[in-house]
Design a protein around this ligand. Structure first.
Ligand code: SF4
Length: 470
């Protein structure tokens, strides 16, 4: 790992292409390695995940193993603090053997340097944060874009090689900083072109234009009608659930028809899709149900005087139940605000009660199907085949990784499932992410593994390691 270039005080770190010369008592450009009395040391301790309360549990026999090496009661050696290898032909820093229920298992751990990586961010909100394809920026630099919306959530795709290496030096540095913060569970402020300002933090509610989001919608307007129609039947004549995607109208909706709710003559703007389901009743925004509506009456058209009647009771509500308004039609069939009944008010609270807390989710996504494989095996394609055949399990800092179908080993993992500060960076720029490959000993030998570098787990676990609860 080290190569002294001067007998004086500087040593060279060769753990990444930057090849820092580090003076005694100083750290390298990434703050991950330092020169300690002439020795190159990794500053963060190796981290193991430990599910037991025992002080030294790794040699003990626990309850029956269910096949999950990370979630078993045995310590799991993660790649966090393991160190990187560069160039890649060198074996991974730790290749650890461990007996699990009579089976000899191997875990190959390394901190991968990922130039090809990014994050997918899910933001639980209906509020309009920006148009699909709009650019997401940090400090004015483009770091990604808005993707297609999902059910009750907005999605961002951030990072990737085009932002890390394909733009200006500053774009790459800012992108790397933002990814590092997001992956290490820190809040990151970002703006969307012609859209909102966001603060995103994994596992926390999003802050959108300065407002902390509380609830994820219960469903679209049509779904909400379907869910609560029976509770509204005897308490109100008409309900309109305002939603940017599908606004629901109770009396027209199939749920209302099956419950024999009569037509009311209440009409909403927008494009009718199917009975009781309307698209585009307003513009997207940060108002009711992800629309720009602040006054719900603005989406009503004149009532049908042949059908409506004075005294008709109308509830308008958003998809989170946070906004609601109650009206009764006067003698001219105009909706007039009125006092809501206790039962009807309870129905809006029931909507809110059924909404889940709004959170930001951050999934690290990286390609481990390239040169990193050489640290695992002399025949890199053997690892790819082993992963695809499900003989090798991939984890990131102990968190289960979803492996995409198709070519390569493209993985996604939830950063909140990993120990804190699992990620680092190098100034090339690239993210440093933990990755572990676990398989049976015989499978490791069969794929051309570095068998001469295998170490017993008890030789790896030292007093300096960091233990975290699994
Ligand atoms: S940036 Fe970090 S890993 Fe790369 S050479 Fe410098 S100290 Fe080593």
């Amino acid at each position: 790992m080290t190569e002294r270039v001067r007998p004086s005080d500087k040593i060279r770190c060769d753990a990444c292409p930057v090849l820092c010369y580090i003076a005694e008592g100083r750290s390298g450009a990434c703050d991950r390695y330092a020169n300690h009395e002439g020795e190159l040391v990794r500053l963060d301790p190796l981290t193991i995940i430990d599910r037991t309360d025992e002080a030294v549990p790794f040699l003990e026999t626990g309850p029956d193993w269910d096949g999950d090496i990370v979630q078993s009661s045995r310590p799991f050696v993660t790649a966090i603090g393991a160190g990187t290898t560069y160039p890649d032909y060198k074996p991974a820093p730790f290749i650890v053997s461990q007996e699990v229920e009579g089976a000899d298992m191997i875990t190959v751990v390394t901190e991968g340097i990922f130039s090809y990586c990014g994050v997918k961010v899910k933001i639980d909100t209906d509020r309009h944060i920006g148009e699909e394809r709009a650019v997401v920026r940090v400090d004015g630099e483009p770091i990604g874009h808005v993707m297609t919306s999902e059910y009750g959530s907005r999605m961002l795709s951030l990072g990737g090689v085009d932002h890390l290496t394909g733009g200006s030096k500053k774009e790459g540095r800012v992108t790397c900083d933002a990814l590092l913060g997001l992956c290490n569970l820190e809040p990151v402020e970002m703006t969307i072109d012609e859209g909102a300002t966001l603060t995103v933090q994994a596992g926390q509610p999003p802050v959108i234009d300065g407002e902390r989001e509380r609830l994820m919608r219960v469903g679209c307007g049509s779904a909400a009608i379907g869910m609560f129609a029976a509770q509204w039947k005897d308490n109100v004549d008409e309900v309109v659930v305002v939603d940017d995607h599908i606004t629901g109208v109770l009396s027209e909706h199939q749920a209302g028809r099956l419950l024999d709710i009569p037509p009311t003559g209440i009409k909403v703007a927008g494009r009718k899709s199917t009975p009781g389901r309307y698209f585009q009743v307003a513009e997207p925004g940060t108002g009711w149900g992800g629309t720009n509506v602040t006054d719900p009456l603005s989406i009503l058209k004149p009532v049908d005087p042949k059908v409506a009647w004075p005294g008709l009771k109308l509830l308008m509500v958003s998809t989170t139940g946070e906004q609601w308004a109650y009206y009764e039609l006067d003698d001219q069939l105009n909706p007039v605000p009125a006092e809501i009944t206790t039962a009807l008010r309870a129905s809006t609270e029931r909507i809110a009660e059924n909404c889940e807390p709004s959170l930001c989710s951050v999934l690290f996504m990286g390609g481990a199907g390239g040169s990193l494989r050489a640290g695992v095996t002399e025949n890199p394609v053997g690892l790819t085949k082993s992963v695809k055949a499900m003989l090798t399990r991939v984890t990131c800092g102990g968190a289960p990784a979803y492996v995409w179908p198709g070519g390569g080993i493209t993985v996604m993992a939830d950063v909140t499932q990993m120990p804190t500060n699992a990620f680092g960076y190098v100034p090339t720029p690239a993210l440093v992410a933990p990755i572990e490959f676990t398989m049976r000993l015989e499978d490791y030998a069969a794929l051309g593994g570095h068998m001469d570098k295998v170490r017993r787990v008890e030789d790896v676990i030292t007093p300096e390691i960091r233990r975290v609860k699994g």
